[in-house]
Design a protein around this ligand. Structure first.
Ligand code: ADP
Ligand code: ZN
Length: 738
C-alpha cells in the first residue's frame, strides 16, 4: 500500500492529481482525490474513464483543485496494491515519448502491459492434513490411508492437488473426497522465492586484458554516475566473462542489473553460462513469456526481488527501483530497433535510461556500430579492447570465392572450392555451418510454360516455397497457400520450377552429395520454441550434427567447439536494397557468422561466395580490416550528411486507398518546412510498396546534426494531420528501409 509522501495535504481540501493513462494520450488527465487518500506520484490508481474504469499512474505532484467550480473533475477510485512506479521511469517514459514523437500514454503502456501484476498475487491453493487428522485417524479406506501415510511421511508439506495426487499415487477424486471429509485442509501456497545469484562462486581466471577491462567496469560501477563503455572484443575474446564480472560487482553493491540480448534464441547458451557462473538463472523478459511468468517477473522486478533480468528490448521498460547497470550485448544488432507500435532503438534508449538513472552502461560487440564507434573515438564512451581470442585460439581465416570464376554447377549452390572444404571437414570429423539468410526451399516459384510468378496478394513480395511444410508463404504478412500442382494462370501441370535457393534446398544439395553426413536446419521455423532451439544447440554441442544449414538465427553468440568451417552461400544478399546501413550490416553479419568457426583448438576457415569480391565490405572481411572499413563508411556517410553526421527521420504514409495515400504524401511534401530547416526527399513508394494490403509511400527528412529534428517535424505534422483511413508513422533514426 502506498505510504504517505511529502506533498500530502493535511488541509480539508481535495487534491488535484495528474494521472497518465496507458492509451493514445499525449498528457495526463486531472483527477481529484480526497486528502486522506495519501496518493503520491508513481502510484498506480484506478480512475473512471468515460463509462469505464482504467488504471493509470499518478504522474506528478498534486495541486489544489481549480477554484472555478464549473470544472467537475472525476475522483480517483482506488490505489492499486503495487509498488510505486519509480520517478526515473516516469521521466524515461516522457523522454522516449518526446524523442520518438509518440503519445506519452502509449509509451507508458509498455511499462505496464501486464495489468494483473498490479493487484496482489492470487496465491495457489495447497492441501495438507488438517490438525485433527495428523494423529492418524482410524478406519480409513486403503486409498485414504495411503494418502494420509504419504503426507505424514513427507512432513505434511502442502502441495497443489495435482502434485499431491502424483506424489502420493492416489487419484484427484480420492483427494477431493478426503478434503470434503475434513481429513485435508487448504492453505495458501506462496510462489517459490527467486534464488539469488551467488556472486562469490568461482569465476574463471581472467587474462590480463580481460582483467583490465573488468577492472575499468568495476571502477565505474563503484564510482556510480553515468559512464558508458564500449567493450570491443573480437568474437570469442571473453566479452561475456568480462561483463559477468561487472554484473557480479554491481549485484554485490546491491544494485539491480539488466542485460539486453538481441534475440531470445541467443538466450539458451547464455542462460546456461549464467547459471554456471552464478548458480541460478536470472529472471527473463521477452515476448514469448507466458502470462503467469510475466506477471511474476514484473512484480519481482518492481519489488526488488529480482536482482538481475535478461531480456529483449522491452525489458528496458520494467519498473526497476534500484537499477544500477545495463549491459547491451551485440549492441550493433538491428533487432534492437523496434519497428512496430512505438518505434524506438533499444540500445539508444538504454543509454538514455542509464543517463537518467546515473549509472554505468556497457555496450558489447565484436563489430560495433558506426554510431557507437564514433562515440568511443570521440571520448564520450570509454573504449575497452579485447584484441585476442581466449586461450590463444586464432580468428578464422576468411577466404573469398569469386562466383564468376569458381561457379557452382548448374542448379547447384556450392562452388567446387566450398564443396571440397566441406568434404574435408566432414572427413576430419569436424563440424560445418552453411549460412544462407533465406528460409524455405526457394524464394520464387515460376511457371516454365507461361512465366507466371507466385506473388503475395497483399504485399509487394514473392511467395516463398516451404517444401517441408508443403506451402507457399509470404514472409512479410504470413499469407500462405498449399503448393499448387498446376499453374493457376495457364493450367499447365508439372511446369512449376523453384528459382534460387533457400536453406531447405541447400540442405537437399548437401544430402545428395554427402548422404552419410548428419545434417540439420536451423531457422526461425525449426527453432520456433525455446525447447526446439535448446535441443538443436545440445545436439550440435554434443557433436551429433556434422552440418548445420541455417539463417541468421545461428549466426549470433553460439560457441560450438568442433565447428571449424563456415560457408556463406550468398555473401552479397545483405548488400541489396537501398539501406543506409546495408554495407555495415552486411559486414557485421558476415563477421559474426565467420566468427563461429575455430573458437577452440582447431583453427577455423570461413568461405564467402560472392559476385562482388572487390567491394570494400568483402575486402575488409577477407583482410580483417574492420576499423578501416568503418572509417570508409563514416567518410561516405559524412559526405552525404547521413547519420551520425546528420539526423534522419522517415515518414511512412499508408492506407488501403492508393490515391488517398498519394494525395496526403503530396500534401506533406507541399507543406514541408523550408529547405534551410530540413531537406525532404520523396514521396516515393516504399520498397515494399504494398504490405498487408496497404499501400505505402515514404518521405525522408534530413537535418543537420544540431537541428531539433522533432521540433521541426512537430509543427509541420501538427498542421497537416492525415485524413481518415490514412496512417502516418514517424520513424526517428530509421533502420529498416522496407
Ligand atoms: P565473446 O563473448 O567475446 O564472444 P566468450 O565470453 O563467449 O567470448 O568467450 C569465449 C569462450 O572462451 C567461452 O567458452 C568462454 O567461457 C571462454 N573463456 C573466455 N575467457 C576465459 C577465461 N578467462 N577463462 C576461461 N575461459 C574463458
Ligand atoms: Zn504478404
Amino acid at each position: 500500500m502506498p505510504l504517505a509522501c511529502a506533498n500530502v495535504r493535511t488541509s480539508e481540501m481535495e487534491v488535484r492529481l495528474p494521472v497518465l493513462l496507458p492509451y493514445r494520450l499525449a498528457h495526463p488527465y486531472d483527477y481529484v482525490a480526497t486528502p486522506d487518500a495519501s496518493l503520491c506520484p508513481g502510484d498506480y490508481v484506478r480512475v473512471p474513464l468515460g463509462r469505464r474504469e482504467a488504471i493509470g499512474v499518478v504522474w506528478d505532484e498534486g495541486k489544489p483543485p481549480p477554484h472555478n467550480a464549473g470544472i467537475r473533475l472525476k475522483a480517483i477510485v482506488e490505489a492499486m496494491p503495487a509498488p510505486r512506479m519509480p520517478e526515473v521511469l516516469r521521466r524515461f517514459v516522457e523522454w522516449v515519448a518526446a524523442y520518438t514523437m509518440t503519445p506519452m500514454g502509449l509509451v507508458l503502456r509498455m511499462t505496464m502491459n501486464i495489468p494483473e501484476a498490479l493487484v496482489a498475487p492470487k496465491l495457489a491453493e495447497g492441501l495438507r492434513l488438517s490438525q485433527e487428522s495428523l494423529a492418524g485417524p482410524e478406519g480409513l479406506s486403503p486409498k485414504r490411508k495411503q494418502l494420509v501415510d504419504f503426507l505424514v511421511d513427507s512432513g505434511n508439506a502442502p502441495r497443489m492437488k495435482a502434485a499431491l495426487a502424483r506424489a502420493s499415487g492416489v487419484t484427484p477424486a480420492v483427494i477431493e473426497g478426503a478434503r470434503k471429509a475434513g481429513l485435508l485442509e487448504t492453505v495458501a501456497l506462496p510462489p517459490p522465492p527467486f534464488v539469488q545469484p551467488d556472486t562469490e562462486r568461482q569465476a574463471p581466471e581472467l587474462s590480463p586484458p580481460q582483467q583490465s577491462a573488468a577492472d575499468a567496469l568495476k571502477l565505474a560501477i563503484t564510482e556510480g554516475g553515468f559512464q558508458p563503455s564500449l567493450l570491443d572484443g573480437v568474437t570469442g575474446s571473453g566479452k561475456t566473462e568480462v561483463y559477468f564480472e561487472a554484473i557480479a560487482h554491481a549485484l554485490r553493491l546491491g544494485r539491480q542489473v539488466l542485460v539486453l540480448l538481441p534475440e531470445i534464441a541467443l538466450g539458451i547458451q547464455w542462460l546456461m553460462r549464467f547459471e554456471e557462473r552464478f548458480g541460478t538463472r536470472p529472471a527473463v523478459w521477452h515476448s514469448e513469456l507466458g502470462r503467469a511468468e510475466r506477471r511474476r517477473n514484473w512484480r519481482a522486478v518492481a519489488e526488488g526481488e529480482a536482482r538481475i533480468v535478461v531480456g529483449a528490448r522491452s525489458a528496458l521498460f520494467l519498473p526497476f527501483p534500484e537499477l544500477g547497470l545495463i549491459v547491451v550485448d551485440e549492441e550493433h544488432d538491428a533487432s534492437y530497433k523496434q519497428e512496430e507500435g512505438v518505434i524506438y532503438q533499444a540500445r539508444d534508449m538504454a543509454i538514455v535510461r542509464a543517463k537518467l538513472g546515473e549509472f554505468p552502461i556497457v555496450l558489447a560487440s565484436a563489430t560495433p556500430s558506426l554510431e557507437t564507434m564514433r562515440n568511443a573515438e570521440g571520448g564520450r564512451y570509454a573504449h575497452l579492447h579485447l584484441p585476442d581470442r581466449h586461450a590463444g585460439a586464432d580468428l578464422p581465416t576468411v577466404r573469398l570465392i569469386d562466383l564468376r570464376k569458381d561457379p557452382p554447377p548448374r542448379g547447384r549452390w556450392l562452388s567446387p572450392t566450398l564443396r571440397a572444404a566441406l568434404e574435408q571437414t566432414l572427413k576430419a570429423g569436424e563440424q560445418t555451418m552453411l549460412f544462407l539468410n533465406r528460409r524455405g526451399y526457394a524464394p520464387l516459384t515460376l511457371c516454365r510454360n507461361c512465366g507466371h510468378r507466385f506473388r503475395c496478394p497483399a504485399c509487394t513480395a514473392w511467395l516463398v516455397e516451404h517444401r517441408q511444410a508443403g506451402h507457399l508463404l509470404c514472409h512479410h504478412c504470413g499469407f500462405s497457400e498449399p503448393e499448387p500442382a498446376a499453374c493457376p494462370a495457364c493450367g499447365a501441370e508439372g511446369r512449376l520450377v523453384p528459382c534460387g535457393p533457400g536453406v531447405e534446398r541447400l540442405a537437399e544439395e548437401a544430402r545428395a552429395d554427402f548422404p552419410e553426413a548428419r545434417i540439420a536446419i536451423m531457422t526461425s521455423d525449426t527453432i520456433g520454441t525455446a525447447g526446439a532451439a535448446a535441443d538443436l544447440v545440445h545436439r550440435m554441442q554434443a557433436g551429433e550434427i556434422d552440418l548445420l544449414v541455417g539463417t541468421q538465427v545461428m549466426a549470433k553468440g553460439y560457441h560450438f567447439p568442433k565447428l571449424t568451417l563456415v560457408g556463406v552461400v550468398d555473401a552479397d544478399l545483405g548488400l541489396a536494397g537501398g539501406d543506409l546501413r546495408a554495407g555495415e550490416r552486411c559486414y557485421q553479419m558476415l563477421h559474426q557468422v565467420a566468427g563461429r568457426a575455430g573458437r577452440e583448438a582447431q583453427p577455423g576457415t570461413a568461405y564467402l561466395q560472392t559476385y562482388l569480391p572487390e567491394t570494400p565490405v568483402m575486402q575488409a572481411l577477407a583482410q580483417g580490416r574492420r576499423d578501416a572499413f568503418l572509417e570508409a563508411e563514416a567518410r561516405s556517410r559524412e559526405a552525404e550528411a547521413m547519420p551520425p553526421f546528420g539526423r534522419l527521420a522517415a515518414l511512412i504514409v499508408s492506407g488501403v486507398d492508393e490515391t488517398a495515400v498519394a494525395r496526403y504524401a503530396q500534401r506533406l511534401r507541399q507543406t514541408a518546412p523550408e529547405e534551410k530547416a530540413a531537406r525532404v526527399l520523396g514521396p516515393a513508394p516504399a520498397p515494399l510498396a504494398m504490405l498487408r494490403g496497404k499501400h505505402r509511400v515514404r518521405l525522408l527528412v534530413k537535418t543537420g546534426p544540431d537541428t531539433l529534428l522533432q521540433k521541426t517535424l512537430h509543427g509541420w505534422l501538427e498542421a497537416s494531420p492525415p485524413p481518415n483511413g490514412v496512417k502516418l508513422q514517424v520513424d526517428i533514426d530509421p533502420y529498416s528501409f522496407l
